[in-house]
Design a protein around this ligand. Structure first.
Ligand code: GZL
Length: 334
């Protein structure tokens, strides 16, 4: 028992010593001067997206955010909710936050000069994404990455010409535009009208606006069917797949067979649009490439590093139509 007592005392002494040593070590560690980590401030980008009206828009937003993450840029993402007033407020907040660059997808073409002049005065570059603004306001932007709206309109017209090559007599067409006053509605109708101008058979008899939304596409064609007899219409040129899906939903509940009784040309080439093409419910789907992100971030890198850059960049678009033989293998990312 005396040995046990001795060992107990011995252990106690070492335990106390270990405790004191641990305390001293911890105390010293807490007193070390913080190693100043060299961290360069992250690049911060203000991104005002025009809304979330369609599946195309969602893919476009993700494309920009994914590319920013790859570039290690921090993004202040704001949804403009299809409101220019909202987007202007968002740009102003980016200026106050002193972001390094502003990415703007403008819902309409005009009315941006004042806020863009403020950004220019603050020395903050503004890059347009997807859509453009009126030519007389472009002096305030640095550059942009655009979808080729005029080219998409021309591609739609080229399909129509091929589809009606042997048709004599008038080809009566309805055009369903996206949102009013947008550069895309103007560009697509300009390209389409210009390409058909030399051929008097092609007549646009009605234009309506569906805001690029499924619900409005259905609403617009339902309303139009009350005003005109759709049996007299040869073509519906719908400016995006989401509105086309709404149009198909209405037509499939009537005696009119979409893709057969009425030729339907759409734009975006989303998976759902391609699926409708495969089912023969539409006749052509012109791609509008939403993947602007990588080009936008590369452009920002050039601008911030004071390197050479172009005043405008455009994405390439493909055409999918009933004349293709490989439609069954087409897989779309959105
Ligand atoms: C086109 C883009 C359009 C798409 C629609 O560049 O702005 O807006 O075609 C989207 O699907 O809503």
């Amino acid at each position: 028992d005396s040995t046990d007592t001795l060992m107990e005392g011995y252990n106690m002494k070492w335990t106390r010593l270990a405790g004191v040593a641990a305390f001293v070590l911890l105390f010293c560690a807490a007193c070390q001067p913080k190693q100043k980590k060299e961290t360069t401030p992250a690049i911060v980008i203000g991104f005002s997206q025009l809304g979330q009206e369609s599946s195309w828009r969602q893919r476009n937003t993700d494309s920009v955010l994914e590319a920013a993450a790859d570039a290690r840029y921090r993004v202040l993402y704001r949804n403009g909710d299809a409101s220019q007033e909202q987007q202007i407020k968002q740009v102003r907040s980016f200026i106050i936050s002193r972001v390094d660059a502003i990415v703007l997808a403008p819902i309409v073409e005009t009315g941006w000069s004042t806020v863009l002049a403020e950004a220019k005065k603050a020395g903050i570059p503004v890059i347009l994404n997807d859509r453009n603004i009126a030519a007389n306001e472009r002096r305030y932007i640095t550059s942009g990455v655009y979808t080729d709206a005029v080219g998409e309109g021309k591609k739609a017209a080229a399909f129509i010409k091929k589809k009606f090559a042997d048709h004599t007599g008038p080809v009566r067409m309805v055009q369903i535009y996206g949102n009013k006053d947008s550069s895309v509605s103007a560009g697509r109708s300009q390209g389409f009208t210009q390409a058909l101008a030399g051929d008097s058979r092609f007549q646009t008899v009605v234009v309506r606006y569906g805001d690029f939304m499924i619900s409005k596409g259905e609403e617009v064609i339902r309303q139009l069917a009350k005003e005109i007899d759709l049996k007299n219409i040869d073509v519906i040129f719908s400016h995006n797949d989401d509105m086309t899906l709404g149009i198909l939903k209405y037509l499939k509940a009537t005696a009119i067979r979409p893709g057969k009784d009425i030729v339907i040309v759409s734009i975006d080439a989303t998976q759902k649009g391609i699926d409708a093409l495969r089912r023969g419910e539409i006749n052509a789907d012109i791609e509008c490439n939403p993947e602007t992100g990588a080009k936008v971030m590369n452009l920002i890198n050039l601008i911030l590093n004071k390197r050479q850059f172009e005043p405008a960049y455009y994405l390439e678009d493909k055409v999918f139509s009933e004349f293709d033989s490989n439609l069954s293998s087409v897989q779309r990312k959105y």
